[in-house]
Each structure stands twice: as C-alpha cells, then as structure tokens.
Design a protein. Structure first.
Length: 395
C-alpha cells in the first residue's frame, strides 16, 4: 500500500511524499512523489501517539468495576482500545490501580483488535500518598509485598510501570521487587520535600508521574518533588499538556529547565473522556464535566483528564507556540525510547512499524493505523462512545 500526503512528519522532518507500507512496516518513503493507492492530500500524518498513562476513555474503563465478569471486562477493554484509536492513540499502557484488570488486559493484548495496541500495563498505585483538600492527609493502604507479586503474576509479565509514593513506610521492599522484574518505577502522589524525593530516585525510581500534579511544588527554600523531577537528569517526566493541569506558562518553564528529550506527553484520561458537559458520579463522588471538556469535583479540583494526547498536541502547538516536530516527538518517540520500543516504533521511519495517524487541521483523528492496518476511520465509524456506561453515571 502506498499513501500520499503533502504533510508527513517523518523522522527527518516535515515532508511531502509517498509512504510505502508492507507487512505492517514502513518499507520506503519517496519524497515529492504522488503516485499512490491512498491520497490524504493536505491532511497531516503524524507518528502513532503512545500514551503511557490512561485510565479510560469514551465511556470505557480498562480495569472494569466491582462485580463485572472477566468477559465483560475484556469487552470493555476492546471498546477502550477502539476509543483510543478514535483519538489518535496507537500504542497504550492501560492504567490500573493495583491487581484488578491486569489479567484481562494481558489476555486482550494477545488478540488482534481494531484499536490501539497494548504494549504494557501501568499501575498507578495502590501505594499513594495523596493529600486532600485543605492539606488533609488521606492515608494509604498497607504495603503488602504479596500484592506486588500478584500484580506482576496476574499481568503475566506485561506490567511495565508502577507508580508509588516512596515516602510510605515499607515501599522499599516492593520497589526492589518490581525493579528485579524489569518494571520501571515512578514517583507519584507524594507529599515529600526535595531530599525525600531524591531518595526515591536514588532507590531506582526513574519516572515522574504527571509532573507537577499531586506533588510538592517549587519553593525558594525547598524545591520539593517538582524541583527534584525537573533538575535530575536521570528522571523522565510525564506531563499533561492540556493547559489546565499545568498552566501554559509553567509548561514553558518546564521545557526551558530540562531537555525536551526527557518529557513524555500523557493524557491521564478517565472513562469520562468525551462525555457531554454535566454532572456525573465517579470515584464515589459528584464530578462535573465542563463545557470545555474538563472533569472537576464540586470544589473545582481536577479529577483526572478528559482530553486525549491529541488535544495536548493542539495546545502546545497552537497556544504555547511549539513546533509540531518537537511536540510529536514528546508524544510518540520519547515514551518508546524510555520503555525500549524505539528500535521499531515511535517515528515514521523506514523499517519501523507503520503506526501513524492522519489528523485534520482542528486536530481530530481522521484515520488511525496500527502496524499498517487502519483501525479507525472517522468517516465510516464516526464518534466512538459507550453511551450506556456514562448515562448510568449521569446525575
């Protein structure tokens, strides 16, 4: 198959030409050629987005809910993967919060589905130290090494990333266990100072979870968890770039302080991504989806994201003024480098998997390809959304 576009974001920059795809790989690129099987005209072609932090989308929850059968959870995972593809996400670490869902995600990862491809599992927690509204400490579950072992065993080795608050007593043992299994460890939901944050990175943590969110901020006498994440070169930073979780002015500071090679764009999306504005019940509380697509508690605190990485690309390019080549690298290639997939994924380059997305000028996914297969076609499939699930949550 030969695909033409006037704007293809290749590994060597923005070019017009024809991509030839065979056996799921990019096999050639001919610059300024037009002879093709499929012509996408002036629509942009970008590499496949790789979201390593995503709890759900389009009304689908990849780890299911209490009382769901294993088969129903797997059905939701398949819908989730299609929803991701409709948002331009080609590769994914479905994000769970412990054991639930790991077994089913592994089983679905072995299937051929018309949606995003599962490259691993990310568990955010369960050992987190989130400080609630007005500084009220909410506590944490007891650290149990047997739970850590079950997480890894249920995933059949697909567990690739675990986020943890390393200041919680007893976490050192589970950190050592996960690292011994080749699992990447991240610092998340912590209430610690700079020195304590560095202690975690010295133990082997190497990722900062949604940098700036649910961590101690910069202060002129202690630069906190955020300062540790931004100033340590051995730390790769997840960052939500929707302009809401981190304001655009702070994003500009991030990208001046630290090499852009050390940032991975993530969505932190929830199943309410794509829901209409209104009030819903989620996470045991009342939440409000705003007209501009953000999920807030009744106090105005953000409750995860409802915007995909493709929206974040829009924000960085159109509102922050960054160039598209730099932004797609943070969204597509950098996570592949961090997690070891860059030899065959993450950029439009001969020899790599043919993972890419055709997007409109208003940053909507028109066609999404995974390993050379079209897994989403907006013209034929329209908007993907699990209406019954979300309507059941509407207040």
């Amino acid at each position: 198959m030969k695909i033409h576009s006037k704007r293809i974001y290749t590994a060597d920059g923005l070019k017009e030409g024809v991509l030839e795809i065979s056996d799921g790989k990019f096999v050639s690129f001919k610059e300024n050629e037009t002879d093709c099987d499929v012509d996408y005209g002036n629509n942009r072609i970008i590499p496949g987005i790789f979201d390593t932090h995503n709890h759900g989308t389009c009304g689908y929850n990849p780890c299911g809910s209490e009382g769901m059968s294993s088969e129903d959870i797997k059905k939701d995972i398949r819908g989730y993967l299609k929803g991701l593809a409709s948002q331009g996400t080609v590769n994914i670490f479905p994000t769970v919060m412990g054991v639930q869902g790991c077994k089913e995600i592994y089983e679905v990862s072995k299937e051929v589905n018309d949606g995003a491809k599962i490259l691993g599992i990310h568990s955010e927690g369960p050992w987190l130290n989130r400080v609630g509204e007005k500084g009220i400490k909410t506590g944490w579950p007891e650290v149990d090494p047997e739970v850590a072992k079950k997480m890894y065993e249920e995933s059949n080795g697909l567990l690739r990333l675990v986020a943890i608050a390393c200041e919680i007593p007893g976490t050192e043992e589970v950190i050592k266990y996960f690292l011994s299994k080749g699992v990447t460890m991240a610092a998340a939901h912590s209430d610690n100072n700079y020195e304590e944050s560095c202690r975690g990175y010295d133990m082997g943590l190497s990722v900062s979870t949604h940098t700036g969110n649910v961590m101690t901020g910069l202060h002129h006498r202690d630069i906190g968890g955020l300062g540790a994440a931004l100033t340590r070169e051995d730390v790769t930073c997840e960052v939500i770039c929707d302009g809401k979780h981190i304001c655009n002015d702070m994003l500009k500071i991030y990208f001046k302080v630290k090499s852009l090679d050390k940032f991975m764009m993530v969505s932190d999306c929830t199943p309410l991504s794509g829901a209409q504005a209104g009030k819903y019940t989620a996470y045991g509380m009342e939440v409000n989806v705003t007209e501009d697509g953000f999920c807030l508690t009744d106090t105005g605190r953000l409750m995860g994201s409802t915007q995909p990485v493709l929206y974040d690309i829009y924000n960085l390019v159109e509102n922050v003024g960054m160039d598209m080549e730099t932004v797609v690298k943070m969204a597509c290639l950098n996570p592949c480098i961090k997690y070891g997939f860059d030899s065959y994924k993450g950029s439009i380059e001969v020899g790599k998997d043919a993972d890419f997305c055709v997007i409109s000028d208003d940053y909507k996914a028109l066609y999404t390809y995974s390993e050379g297969r079209c897994v989403y076609d907006r013209e034929k499939e329209g908007v993907v959304f699990n209406t019954p699930y979300v309507e059941g949550m509407r207040l």
